[in-house]
Design a protein around this ligand. Structure first.
Ligand code: PLP
Length: 340
């Protein structure tokens, strides 16, 4: 088996932390951790690598093992890259909501795709149906390894390093961390790190209406990345100090603000993280330092979040939230409320 410390896998982690000055007018400092700079394009490269590393270490993964996981996006791409590098077969269980560009990425990395089309009968949820199918496939292959990111503690462990990198870059001075949550790996990993090191940083999570993670009622969500239709086993009460609900429309506005004011093209959950900061900005004391985790880049969302047609058709937006600029593109009205 090839070493995980070599080649492209050695580039996972140590992502840039950049100061943002244009997206909010406030007396506190705001940084963004650009997880889209990981080689597979998202924060999920970290847990993908950690889970495979531990699987190899404890003998559950060898050169003939088939890796199986239910994922519609970034975790699948991260795993596909690592499995390609190691020469492992990877079966990725997706659903029709998986974008075509993600399906293409999975395929070029060599993943074998399994599509689930019907929601789980008891919960009515597609995510649960995907998880059930991944478990089933893993059960039928003798030498298989089911990643099970929603319950795998190494998913969370991988993000202790994310938190460590942010804290080190800021010389330990971090008052608030804003992160989106789905499997809760990032949330739990960051929270565990802070607790272990006795740091008082408050964690604010960007969740979405329709997500059940923090006790909400299941509902339709369009933008992937933040929120989940099933509460992950990694979730624990008290991991977050605060949970801020960000609608699909707000996430779109956040993404477009970041693009307009920082020339930074990021995905929907990054937009959600920014909007969470903006929603509670009045509660953040002047002089505080805040960091946001930006999970991925915006290229994967050119046909959705950054497509005016898609936004008009799919996101219930009111004219009060968007305006047309000189090129007739929809831009968030809030842009005019920011520093210029
Ligand atoms: C774009 C994006 N944002 C946020 C998250 C949430 O991260 P976590 O699963 O660690 O809660 C994910 C997870 O897949 C993601 O792909």
């Amino acid at each position: 088996m090839r070493r995980l410390e070599d080649g492209i896998l050695a580039c996972i982690g140590n992502t840039p932390l950049v100061r943002l000055t244009g997206v909010i007018e406030a007396g506190f400092q705001l940084y963004a951790k650009l997880e889209g700079d990981n080689p597979g394009g998202s924060l999920k490269d970290r847990p993908a690598l950690e889970i495979i590393r531990q699987g190899i270490k404890n003998g559950r993964i060898n050169q003939n093992t088939v890796v199986v996981e239910a994922t519609s996006g970034n975790m699948g791409i991260g795993l596909a890259q690592i499995c390609r590098y190691l020469g492992l077969r990877f079966i990725c269980v997706i659903d029709p909501k998986t974008t075509l560009s993600n399906q293409r990425l999975l395929k070029v990395y060599g993943a074998q795709i399994e599509m689930v089309t019907k929601p789980d009968t008891s919960s009515g949820d597609l995510l649960q149906a995907r998880i059930n199918r991944a478990r089933e496939i893993a059960g039928t292959i003798q030498d298989s390894f089911w990643v099970n990111q929603y319950a795998n503690s190494y998913n969370a462990q991988a993000h202790q390093r994310t938190m460590n990198e942010i804290v080190d870059a800021l010389d330990g001075q971090l008052h608030y961390l804003f992160c989106p949550a789905s499997s809760c790996g990032t949330l739990k990993g960051c929270s565990d790190y802070l607790r272990k090191h006795g740091l008082p940083t408050k964690i604010c999570v960007a969740d979405s209406p329709g997500s059940v993670i923090f006790g909400g009622k299941r509902g339709q969500r369009l933008i992937p990345g933040h929120g989940a239709g099933v509460r992950p086993a990694l979730y624990r009460q008290g991991l977050a100090h605060r949970c801020v609900q960000i609608t699909d429309m707000e996430a779109v506005i956040g993404c477009r603000l970041i693009l307009a004011k920082e020339a930074l093209l990021v995905g929907g959950s990054s937009g959600a993280a920014l909007m969470a900061v903006r929603k509670i900005a009045d509660e953040i004391p002047p002089g505080a330092t805040c960091a946001m985790i930006f999970p991925d880049r915006g290229e994967r969302y050119l046909d959705t979040i950054f497509s005016d047609e898609w936004v008009k058709e799919n996101v219930r937006c009111s004219p009060a939230d968007f305006r047309h600029n000189d090129d007739s593109e929809i831009v968030p009205r809030q842009v005019s409320h920011c520093n210029s």
